[in-house]
Design a protein. Structure first.
Length: 208
């Protein structure tokens, strides 16, 4: 995809993968990128750094919790006002915490679906948008079992099922010119998080 002149929203872009994707979009010539994240300090730091490196008119931070519809609506509305359009939605924000599994399902799964529909509403040609691309950040844990992170794995599997089904039916492509894709990355963090998170599963799923 030719990124030049395109406008993107990246959830969870204050740090980690979302930050790297934001930088990649800027390097490839995106006209504007909005980082939507709950980590205000990191978000501002990232924007300050990228503004110096790339051009301060091209990247902006908005405090937004992906689980709150009104805040995400604000993100789409303001991005459109600031940059004139929205072409790319990187649905990346996520947490990994089996102790707070209900919140994890809300952030990693439920909100991703809600915000995908919101993105289609804003980018789709049906409502006067230019069409676009949605990328959902799942995980290899969504393609296979992950014994130490069962709920994380379930939520990420759900995203794969959702994106595949939407893509195969081609509803949003044909009616709205919006394409959907899914990322399923692996990790180099296992040696540290694997041990810590296994404790929860041990406490709750064993009968000893
Ligand atoms: N790191 C990996 O190895 C790996 C591998 C595969 C998939 N993933 C997925 O990639 C995505 C990003 O992972 P990461 O490693 O960069 O994580 P990270 O913790 O470094 O960054 C996640 C970002 O999401 C933000 N965030 C969390 N909850 C939010 C909310 N409710 N609303 C808005 N923003 C919120 C955080 O503030 C943070 O800036 C996640 O969805 C994760 O599941 C990560
Ligand atoms: C959201 C915060 C982020 O930083 C946390 C990421 C947590 C996990 C990374 C995950 O997305 C990748 C998972 C890949 C799993 C693949 C297969 C497993 O079965 C491998 C298990 C390996 C092991 O047990 O050591």
């Amino acid at each position: 995809m030719d990124i030049s002149g395109k406008v993107a929203i990246v959830t969870g872009g204050a740090q980690g993968i979302g930050r790297a994707v934001t930088e990649c979009l800027l390097k490839k010539g995106a006209r504007g990128v909005t980082i939507a994240d709950v980590h205000e300090q990191k978000g501002q730091e990232t924007v300050n750094e990228f503004s110096q490196q790339y051009d301060n008119e091209r990247v902006t931070f908005m405090y937004a919790d992906v689980t709150l519809k009104s805040q995400m609506e604000d993100v789409f509305r303001k991005t459109k006002t600031t940059f004139g359009r929205v072409d790319i939605f990187i649905c990346n924000a996520g947490i990994c915490n089996e102790y707070e599994w209900e919140r994890m399902v809300d952030i990693n799964f439920t909100s991703t679906i809600r915000n995908t529909y919101l993105a289609v509403e804003y980018m789709g040609t049906k409502n006067g948008g230019n069409g676009g691309v949605i990328i959902i950040n799942s995980s290899t844990a969504g393609l296979t079992q992950f014994p130490v992170l069962p709920v994380y794995s379930a939520a990420k599997s759900g995203l794969v099922g959702f994106a595949r089904s939407v893509a195969v039916r081609q509803i949003i492509d044909t009616k709205c010119s919006v394409r959907i894709g899914i990322l399923a990355g692996y990790s180099s963090l296992f040696s540290s998080i694997g041990f810590l998170l296994d404790i929860y599963v041990y406490e709750h799923l064993t009968c000893q």
